[in-house]
Design a protein around this ligand. Sequence first.
Ligand code: SF4
Ligand code: SF4
Length: 90
Amino acid sequence: MAKGFVVIDVDRCKGCGLCTHVCPANILALSQDTFNIKGYHPVVVTDAEKCIGCASCARICPDVVFTVYRQKRQTQRAAVQAVAVGAPAA
Ligand code: SF4
Ligand code: SF4
């Protein structure tokens, strides 16, 4: 299984919760005790170790909050490389 991680642009989040329903690892939740600059409870990652880098969160988010990275094994050198698989448009 692939390993991934997400970077969250907290202040873009409007707390709609869409991403929390599509994460197959069930590791996204709305913060219960913090607010972002817009006054919403932003999304947080509850267990970063379980992210598989599927980018479902990035695809469904209407506010381009997520940048997703996935670690890709290179067979020749057995190195691990992080590649962006879901990122905001410029
Ligand atoms: S990349 Fe996939 S597993 Fe990781 S937080 Fe987003 S939806 Fe969940
Ligand atoms: S889908 Fe986007 S805007 Fe909605 S809660 Fe998730 S990160 Fe925030």
